[in-house]
Design a protein around this ligand. Sequence first.
Ligand code: DGJ
Length: 351
Amino acid sequence: MTVTYSTFKPGQLWNDNRGKHISAHGGGILVHEGIYYWYGEDNSEGYLNNVGVSCYSSTDLYNWKYEGTALRQEDMPEELQGKNNGRVERPKVIYNTKTKKFVMWMHAERSGYAFSSAGVAISDSPTGPFTFLFYDRPVLFQPENGFDKHTNEEELGNSFRDMHVFVDDVDSNGDGVNDAYVYYASEGNWTLYIVRLNSDYTWVDLPDDPDRVRPQCTEKNLGEVWSRQFIRKMREAPTPFKYKEKYYIISSACTGWKPNQAEYAIADKPLGDYQTIGDPCVGDDDKTTFHSQSTFVLPIDKKNGKFIYIGDRWTPDELGKSLHIWLPLEIDDNYNVTIRWQDEWELSELK
Ligand code: DGJ
């Protein structure tokens, strides 16, 4: 059914212009030339029949037009195609002002969660088609408790799972491109990694090895190009944002598709160190992030600390029907983050 929306109704089915529930999970939003683009996992055909990365567009955030599959699973390398149990999780797209390319990062996976690698794709258009460039792992580092065997970290580099990318409003090396970072659950989910991207946003901020021997982030450049955060704390679903020169991350605990308690942390620099403050949810009696897992925080009025928290309420048996939880997120002058439940709300409440 085609519906015109003028409010958000968290936790209810949300139809696109075709009358189909929006299947853009683990998603993220890019604002480009006044249009919002929502990218996410298209799980509408099921967990292992991944369609790829869906894209929707909107000018008001309530009503979304389906723009098709921005990156098709069948355009992925053979080993990541649907027939080989491949899937893409938590894709995010950022825009590079120098190359004028839209750059997609994703958690490239296969059933069993041992593949656990970063995938990178680019496009000239926000709606795609995106061309898949490669998959790889950015870091090779021996953790205190040893490498994760399931993901073959010792040989391939540290695992790359729940992820996010974030573009800062700072150009620290003066190359005309704002700094960007990728955040991901690594070391078999035990520890979060943050890595600065190169000026094309297509890989890490280190000279590419001519022999393309990767990963290049190691103990030698730890703290400069990349960092380890929440060490052995098992945080997933990293969701970064910035307010008044402070860097924030909301993350979840690690309980599969089941919701759990969110935490937020703050740092003075993008690479950290992040200090955990606590649960941003107020009135969330059963401590499940209002039955959701974080995926994005969208700035609405950045100056005044008004954002939208976006999370997934997963329904593992019918993943494409997972519900979207969009709630107002506010930050006060003392850097306290709050998310409150609303059955129905509108943007004017954030302005
Ligand atoms: C939790 C993650 O946050 C999701 O993206 C997904 O990987 C599930 N685990 C799979 O169990």
